[in-house]
Design a protein around this ligand. Sequence first.
Ligand code: ASP
Length: 584
Amino acid sequence: MSWRDTMCGELTAADVGRRVTVAGWADTRRDHGGLVFVDLRDYTGKVQLVVNPERSKQAAEEAHDVRNEFVLQAEGEVVARAPEAVNPNLPTGQIEVQVDMLRIVSRSTPLPFQLDEANVDETLRLRYRWLDMRTERMQRNLRISHVAVAAIRRRMDELGFIDIWTPSMTKGTPEGARDFLVPVRLQPGNFFALAQSPQLFKQLCMVGGMDRYYQIATCWRDEDLRADRQFEFRQLDLEMSFVEREDVLDVLEQCVVASFEALGREPPPRPFPRLQFADVMLRYGSDKPDLRFGLEIQDATEITRTSKFGVFAGAPVVRYLVAPRAFSRAELGRLEEIAKEWGAKGLAYLVNDGGEVRSPIAKFLSEDELAAFTGEPNTTTLFAAADEATVARVLGGLRTHLGRELDLADREADSFAWTLDFPLFEHHEESEGWTFVHHPFTAPVAGDEHRIESDPGGVLGQHYDLIWNGWELGSGSIRIHDAERQEAVFRVMGMDAEEQEAKFKFLLDALRMGAPPHGGFAMGIERFVALLAGEPDIRQVIPFPKVASGSDPLTGAPTPMPDSVLEELGIKSAVEEGGGRRPV
Ligand code: ASP
């Protein structure tokens, strides 16, 4: 006898009269003194089992012991429910199964939380993820993930990309994060790094004539965990030869559309808007603005040059936002804290409280300034006065915060866009030299090549980011395919020939042996799926994620290793029992 011949959630009125065998979990059990009702659940849904002692004594006895989340098998007949018992909220609500045989296949201890409980502590959910996975939310999310990834794979295959495996244990690619290191027993003192991305291997595949590479690649980055970051995550990683930027963007847009279609959703219109980095930084203070609401940054630098308010007059740049609410003192205090987190010294404001202006700085401002900056009644003008980058960070941070806090975004809208034309380099705060914006392998835009070393700050890169509703879904670029240019970029980053050799000889060698022009992209799968699923963070779409402390509540990892194991690896722990650091 097979375990089941029908799925619980698929039974309808058309099945009335059928004999069926179903198997799954007891979602609820209601004992009506004589009759026992069990909602039996599998991944397709629930069906009501009715156990009647007059119909089956065996089933009635077995049903007596059933508790929530026991695994059951039942055999019986599909019958129509009496009209007053029809449940319009349940897809199978028109029918029930009159049970002839019931079997407890497997029991459950009392549960640490009920599956239908709201707001279960997340660590508890993760500790018992196998229970959490049975909830509708997790079932749905992991299935959305599957459907999207399958659609992407299909489209990549149709577009002629081939799936090539690249190593996880490698030399570490500079993608801007710390590496996770892997000690090597055969070479004590030497370490592999877990790949932050397959970046250089995919470029080598292009030099190897593979033409179109892709992989749903796992990447490891030692960064603080956040709503959109985990130590390990997957990305749709791709690389293409003999292409221009638009060819790469087209492939990504096709993958997004294919995923939407596979999920039965209206895909976003193509082509996605193309935004200029310099422009979005000015208007939204961010390279990944949420475009579902306006709240654009406005410039006040010209008008405030001669301001009597010294902070404005003395600042290189003064800009502001007009928020659609007259904030209270307490709210402004909180906004000031946020502005300070983003680098502001304070937060100047003008509240238009139903026509009356409240502001400690109003007395310093001229008529013209007040007229220009005061918003409509019931708004607050928030200023940032500092250098260009700080002003963008502060107002960009406030804009994002206000968008969320005041619920400004149109939730029905999906706003996909590309940010293009990033600078190739930015100032490196520690070394005071230059560092890459994307990664060191990004090509400058045509025409800027010859300024790489003479004017690094003025060079734009062929780098592009994909954004969706304010989340960065991924980045890519057209790469440098010429060893000399690559060396020039390394030099700007302060790497002398010796260091270049030590770190990147393999890449430079490859670029000297017939490298085709190439470019690619990587899109974060978990971010994409979280947004597809309407989830606020990526943990909700990852089967077994870690929590903010960097631990896995389920297995308890990471755990200390015995000294004997460390010794074999040539490692001496500098951490004492209890977590303190041993003096070395
Ligand atoms: N390797 C880059 C990343 O992981 C993506 C790319 O440039 O293709 O962000």
